[in-house]
Design a protein around this ligand. Structure first.
Ligand code: FES
Ligand code: FES
Length: 151
């Protein structure tokens, strides 16, 4: 165990964990931010997506020791961004979530997409959101992103 501190959603959290522990488990089990989900654990599904210094990354494969000097943003911090707020409302408006398990990862990727591309095409959406959804919500997720982008 090693004492460290993490910058998550603009707040500093002291943690005392094995430095090799993947960030996902530290977020969920130590810090208590459970909005980020464990799906596959092998870097395929993107349910565990967070932002590392603003870029979407799969937190199931990042040892916590590698994120000590960066800003981590989780789904709980998305409301601090205007695009994130708009997208979350659009996901509700089109009722994109079914079981909801994949949706926080979807929103982290969608918000990053819209921040850099205000009118994404279907192809751009599909490319940015390669997240796996067991419920098959892809058409509604696409519709939510289009709604949030005013298309
Ligand atoms: S849980 Fe990380 S990619 Fe699936
Ligand atoms: S809404 Fe159920 S896995 Fe995507």
């Amino acid at each position: 165990m090693t004492a460290m501190s993490l910058n998550i959603n603009g707040k500093v959290y002291p943690v005392n964990v094995d430095p090799a522990t993947p960030l996902l488990w530290v977020l969920r089990d130590v810090v208590g931010l459970t909005g980020t989900k464990y799906g596959c654990g092998v870097e395929i599904c993107k349910a565990c997506t967070v932002w590392i210094d603003g870029s979407p990354e799969k937190s199931c494969h990042i040892p916590v020791k590698e994120v000590l000097a960066v800003k981590v943003t989780t789904i709980e911090g998305l409301a601090a961004t205007p695009v994130g707020v708009r997208l979350q409302q659009a996901f509700i408006d089109v009722q994109a979530p079914q079981c909801g398990y994949c949706q926080s990862g979807m929103l982290m990727c969608a918000t990053k997409l819209l921040a850099g591309n205000s009118k994404p095409t279907d192809a751009a959406i599909d490319s940015a959101l390669s997240n796996i959804c067991a419920c098959g919500t892809y058409p509604r997720v696409r519709a939510a992103i289009k709604l949030a982008s005013g298309q």
